[in-house]
Design a protein around this ligand. Structure first.
Ligand SMILES: [Zn+2]
Length: 581
């Protein structure tokens, strides 16, 4: 241990980490409405009552009351102490821990600096978009038109243009050395051995890459002449990790679809969107990773991989299949679509249109079909050796499947093909049982919480509701044991707008007298009572109005029973009586 972890580092760490991803790496989470659920790891149960909220960055269990943020989970589940939990989470996110003594090396991960990096990325994206409208961009515009893109789709995807020349972006965005430094961190500026700084992207069509929250975190640039490389991506930066991000995911996520098509390039995503096939994402210069699959399957149930029709495509498809096996369970589907030789999704959809493309998609082999189609030609089933070989080949792969209906089906098919008894196969391919329970969340009604209590709960669910509270002094007149917590919470949220999730508030109060109280409300606030924000806002405003009324009445009562009112008290009483009416 190198000392105390810096407070603002913890805040920035929590704002970066995703509790759903973290917990999902330990126990399988399933989507249930706005939240994710699993059987609770902290008590024995058969139906899931453990719920995780991405929005609040908080988990809690309806059964045993366990609750907390990402750090609490690591402490309770992995039995780490606080500093170890911070270190573990930091290493997962890919940053080094900052300590108060300043012994750790300077990293660029502190909260305000990250905000400034996001802002710079947005500025750069805006700049490139502007350049696409300049006369010098005519070549880029011609290129996009040739690919059949409309201005509207270019606008949707934020497509831009980086002009020729060495320092256009530099001139447009840099006004001080800090910005120059940050643009270098973001990979938009590079410097040569002589220390000269220049734009990374020159004379390229620019595709901004968004994270799943819609913030620009990187760029892809395509050349307009014959220079190399044809496609150039932002390097890995504090904001951009290639193996994690998927181009287009931000838009697909909003679609409410169960199916996503995975392709290789940005132009494929955009061309398909132009042909009204919007549920498409692209990997960013890497093969599909388990992290991609986990992210996709968390939100939808069917993934269609789109591969070139050549040998390399077949190989890549097999790798994707191996990667997908651990994710396969009843209700999920993976398909492999192979393109005609010489085609990419872009050229195919332009030639055959939406209907043609979707027809091919419908005929794409499913994972089991592709699996056995690949294995069968490798064995001769006419003799015993061939059957044994088939089982040998299938065994290590099928054992990657979680147990359940999906694996049973695959085993049944293997049994049919090999004529080996199903029971025998099952014993051959045994793996650890992971039971998957149906999601049964019983809605719980919290019995008439007090007004103060429900305001606290609303604030914990949606901290920015604090902006609706203007007069906090008058609330002091309320006689309620819960009032100190409410006032403290309002003060905290007003002073720290960056504490915008329950998880972050919880962290701020870890170890303070408010922590225990907060836990009590956090549990209730975690209930998905009103799924709509508008309901929550209405509920909050209503409660706040009623509470203010009560506060006014209480104050009037005090003043009326008080002898010898001062001038200002008389004024106050008058104004309160008016407000009451
Ligand atoms: Zn529990």
């Amino acid at each position: 241990m190198a000392g105390r972890v810096a407070r603002n580092f913890i805040e920035s760490l929590l704002s970066r980490a995703d509790i759903v991803e973290l917990i999902d790496s330990y126990l399988k989470l399933r989507k249930a409405g706005r939240n994710y659920v699993a059987c609770c790891p902290f008590h024995q149960e058969k139906t899931p009552s453990f719920s995780v909220s991405a929005e609040k960055q908080f988990y809690h269990c309806f059964g045993c009351g366990a609750s907390g943020n990402a750090l609490s989970f690591l402490m309770s589940y992995a039995h780490l102490d606080f500093v170890e939990a911070v270190e573990e989470l930091a290493s997962r996110v890919g940053v080094s821990v900052e300590y108060e003594e300043g012994t750790a090396p300077q990293t660029h991960t502190d909260f305000s600096q990250r905000q400034s990096l996001y802002t710079l990325m947005a500025d750069a994206a805006h700049y490139y978009q502007q350049q696409l409208r300049q006369p010098l961009a005519s070549e880029a515009v011609t290129y996009l038109k040739q690919r059949g893109l409309t201005g509207k789709i270019a606008q949707t995807f934020g497509i831009g243009y980086a002009p020729s020349g060495w320092d256009n972006l530099h001139k447009a965005l840099v006004t001080n050395s800090q910005q120059q430094n940050e643009l270098s961190i973001l990979g938009l500026l590079i410097s040569n051995e002589r220390g000269q700084v220049y734009d990374r992207f020159r004379n390229r069509v620019m595709f901004p890459i968004h994270d799943q929250r819609g913030r620009v975190i990187g760029f892809g640039g395509r050349v307009l002449d014959n220079s190399e490389p044809k496609y150039l991506n932002s390097p890995e930066t504090p904001l951009f990790q290639k193996g994690k991000e998927l181009y287009g995911w931000y838009w697909v996520r909003k679609l409410n679809t169960e199916q996503v098509i995975v392709v290789e390039g940005y132009m494929d995503v955009i061309a398909l969107a132009q042909h009204d096939i919007p549920n498409v994402v692209a990997t960013l210069g890497t093969a599909t990773t388990a992290e991609h699959l986990s992210r996709l399957f968390r939100s939808l149930s069917e993934i269609v991989f789109c591969f070139d029709g050549d040998n390399a495509g077949q190989k890549a498809a097999w790798r994707a299949l191996e990667l997908a096996l651990p994710f396969m369970e009843a209700g999920r589907q993976v398909k492999f679509m192979f393109l005609p030789r010489e085609d990419d999704p872009d050229s195919l959809v332009r030639r055959e249109g939406k209907t043609g493309f979707l027809q091919r998609l419908a005929q794409a082999p499913s994972l089991p079909e592709f699996f056995f189609n690949q294995l069968m030609p490798q064995v001769d089933l006419k003799n015993i050796e061939g059957k044994a070989r088939l089982i040998e080949l299938a065994k290590p792969l099928l054992s990657k499947l979680p147990s359940g209906a999906y694996r049973d089906l695959m085993l049944r098919e293997l049994s049919r093909l090999s004529h080996v008894d199903l029971k025998k196969l099952t014993t051959l391919i045994k793996s650890q049982e992971v039971t998957v329970n149906p999601i049964l969340i019983t809605p719980i009604n919290h019995a008439n919480p007090s007004l103060v209590g429900s305001i606290i709960q609303c604030l914990l669910r949606k901290p920015d509701l604090v902006n609706y509270i203007s007069a906090i002094d008058i609330l002091q007149n309320i006689n309620s044991a819960e009032l100190p917590l409410l006032l403290e919470l309002v003060r905290l949220l007003k002073n720290h707008p960056e504490l915008n999730t329950l998880g972050a508030i919880y962290e701020h109060w870890r170890g303070s007298p408010y922590a225990g109280l907060l836990k009590h409300y956090a549990l209730k606030a975690a209930l998905p009572l009103n799924s709509e924000d508008s309901h929550l806002i209405a509920e909050f405003q209503d409660a706040l109005k009623r509470l203010s009324q009560q506060a006014i009445e209480a104050r009037i009562e005090v003043l009326l029973h008080q002898r010898d009112l001062t001038m200002s008290e008389k004024e106050e009483l008058k104004s309160l009586l008016q407000q009451k009416v």
